[in-house]
Design a binder for this molecule. Structure first.
Ligand code: FAD
Length: 646
């Protein structure tokens, strides 16, 4: 039924040395605004100790007063003032996001005194349920695709298909492209390119079922709900189904469209699908949300063992009535739009990413099956070795929804000798537990939404100050005085820090849009601790470059490494970037692959070329001294937290 239309040859890490040599990443949007602003010319207020390279930065003043009574009384103006540096350094986009939330308000979220966006949506769905159930099927049923770009095992698509079949009316599929959403959510150009190529595959597959996929660009994100309802009315659609996205903006948007839809007699169903266990299903014995992975994971496993049907897959949609081809001819004929101006790749980049990342769900399943048939058995032992290529490299498919996490876990379980998700083959059990992290981070951020980009103007005008961008999970960590040294930041982004393991990782990211997990942890620790640069600059840079960019995983991965997040590593645990290389890339294969200047360096010198007498040509010296930076980081964390322990 489904057409295999992708290039089966996966060339994930093509080492084209000449390309790497020529390749210079485009300037980060973090660097763009500041390069032209006076911030770039700040006289450094604080000297970076032991900095061997250029010093050109500033330091954020310790922000211990954001919930102080005087600040609270002054209200929003003071909140704006507090986040001036975040604005100047491009961390927060004031076009979309309001001032930083006070620590006081974060505490109110924690004390359940403020309605969470998920509760707003649940309320809208629940309160409208009886009326929505009374809506009669008219001429069509719509499925709205978002980050669920697949036909197989797609809950909302399945429900939409069932509803349309119940009255023999056509199922119509819709996807909205929003350049403003891309900008506000810092969606990388490579991710947009992957989604557009995937939409082409999806359109062709759906057409084989006589189901049209209509893709439209809606310039203003605020206009999306009204435009969708307008299209439903035009198509005579009485019902729209969609899978819930757990980002704050999206939860509020779906709550709004649920209510607006009913005013027009259209039933909107937003259903949980992207997590294996829906956020809100798990709570501790005391009824609280888990903030630590291990007990959460035990609860997740128990839930799935006691609700095995959670891993049953949803049937793909059936064929539409043949007349759909005539009725909706113009929808079948409409092309997939090009990437919007703000997300265009160069020709060279488009070619490169196309050959590295074949799109679509066929590719996703093929990749998953190949991994489960082969490398999964070694996963536990080798997953931390970036050169071994022993992980599934499948995150792009989870984040674009070309593969559901449920499908992956069910497939891994079925390949095991036991139905227990935490038993049998250790590689399989370990892989399942890694996929669980994805669920965990979504659960956490749904419950503690102040770590998100908030809010979208669907429900609240900007000035209501209901939220922030990337508040640390632990509010007191706002008090750490970060550095904003652009010269060092640029060394980090371009992989020219002089630390081979860090540089290899950043060059892998810049060239492929992907980075191995162990390397992500290494570079995040290096930026936030060795360079003491505001971790949110790194978080943003990752979103600008990653093909698998996912708010929850990225935000939490950064929070873990910078020790500001949920269940983080303690702040005094600071990776030594040389030892990281020695431990996880002992032969230096990963480094040689991505840092051609070090190709000829032999033995242990690969991890510290100048310190071990290699003197490679064209490779920079270390930009900071790790020992000194480590001491400085420990001091700064202690100072910010006002205590010695994490
Ligand atoms: C600083 C930092 C930023 C990150 N940003 C992202 C991001 O934007 N998008 C993203 O998908 N992952 C992110 N991760 C998590 C992880 O690095 C990637 O999911 C993983 O490298 C993807 O490779 P893989 O598909 O081969 O993973 P595998 O090892 O094969 O694991 C299978 C799947 O499990 C999930 N997974 C594994 N590890 C993690 C983890 N630590 N956290 C959450 N999910 C995990 C992913 O969906 C992954 O595809 C980040 C981690 C860190 C430390």
């Amino acid at each position: 039924m489904l057409k295999a239309c992708c290039n089966p040859t996966v060339r994930l890490f093509p080492l084209v040395v000449s390309t790497i040599r020529q390749f210079r990443p485009r300037t980060s949007t973090i660097l763009q605004p500041v390069l032209t602003s006076r911030a770039y010319h700040h006289t450094p207020k604080v000297q970076m100790p032991a900095t061997k390279g250029a010093v050109n930065g500033t330091k954020r003043k310790a922000n211990g007063t954001s919930d102080s009574p005087s600040k609270k009384a002054k209200g929003e103006a003071s909140a704006f003032k507090d986040s001036k540096l975040e604005e100047e350094y491009g961390i927060v986009d004031r076009e979309y996001y309001p001032p930083e939330m006070t620590n006081e308000r974060c505490k109110q979220y924690n004390a359940n005194q403020i309605e969470r966006p998920i509760e707003t949506l649940n309320k809208a769905q629940k309160e409208s349920k009886a009326e929505r159930d009374r809506v009669q099927v008219k001429d069509a049923v719509v499925h709205w695709f978002k980050n669920d770009l697949r036909i197989m095992d797609n809950k909302a698509l399945h429900l939409a298909s069932e509803k349309s079949k119940s009255k023999g009316v056509p199922l119509v599929c819709l996807h909205i492209i929003s350049p403003q959403d891309y900008k506000a959510h810092v969606t990388s150009a490579v991710r947009v390119d992957f989604a557009l190529r995937t939409l082409q595959v999806l359109k062709e597959d759906l057409a084989e079922l006589d189901i049209p996929l209509y893709v439209e660009t809606v310039e203003k994100r605020k206009a999306i709900p009204d435009r969708i309802l307008e299209l439903c009315e035009k198509w005579g659609a009485s019902h729209l189904y969609t899978n819930i996205e757990y980002e704050v903006d999206e939860l509020r948007r779906e709550a709004l469209i649920t209510r607006k839809g009913l005013e027009k007699g259209i039933s909107i169903d937003a259903v949980p699908d992207t997590c294996v266990v829906a956020p809100g299903e798990l709570s501790s014995g005391t009824g609280n949300q888990y903030a630590v992975y291990s007990p959460w994971f035990r609860a997740w496993i128990t839930y799935l063992h006691t609700h095995p049907h959670q891993l049953d897959l949803f049937e793909p949609p059936g064929k539409n009535p043949p007349k759909t081809r005539e009725t909706f001819k113009y929808l079948f004929d409409c092309p997939i739009p090009e990437a919007p101006e703000n997300k265009k790749l160069t020709d060279e980049e488009r070619k490169r990413f196309k050959s590295m990342w074949p799109p679509g769900e066929h590719e996703a399943r093929e990749r998953m099956n190949k991994f489960i048939r082969g490398r999964i058995s070694d996963y536990k032992d080798k997953r931390n070795l970036p050169a071994a290529n022993n992980t599934a490299v499948i995150s792009v498919h989870f984040s674009s929804g070309t593969l559901s996490a449920r499908t992956a876990i069910a497939a891994a379980r079925d390949a095991n000798s036991t139905k227990k998700l935490d038993g049998g083959n250790t590689g399989i059990a370990c892989w399942i537990s890694e996929i669980a992290w994805r669920d965990f981070y979504k659960h956490v951020l749904v419950h503690w939404p102040f770590t998100w980009y908030l809010p979208f103007p669907f429900t609240y005008p900007r000035h209501t100050n209901s939220s922030s961008m990337n508040k640390p999970f632990k509010p007191e960590y706002t008090n750490i005085a970060w550095e904003y040294d652009l010269a060092l930041f640029e060394k980090w982004t371009t992989g020219t820090t002089g630390y081979p393991f860090i540089d290899a990782a950043m060059r892998q990211l810049n060239h492929t849009g992907y980075m191995h997990n162990r390397a992500r942890m290494g570079v995040a620790s290096f930026l936030s601790k060795d360079l003491l640069i505001d971790w949110r600059m790194g978080e943003r840079y990752f979103m600008e470059r990653l093909i698998d960019g996912d708010f929850a995983s990225n935000n939490s991965g950064w929070g873990f490494s910078a020790s500001t997040g949920v269940d983080p590593q303690p702040y005094f645990r600071i990776f030594n970037p040389i030892l990281q290389g020695e431990r996880f890339d002992p032969e230096g294969e990963y480094i040689r692959k991505w840092v051609p200047e070090l190709e000829g360096v032999r033995g242990k010198a690969i991890h510290d070329p100048y310190g071990r007498g290699a003197n490679p040509r064209g490779y920079p010296k270390m930009c900071v001294d790790h020992k000194d930076s480590r001491n400085r980081a420990l001091e700064r964390y202690k100072e910010g937290l006002g205590r010695e322990t994490a």
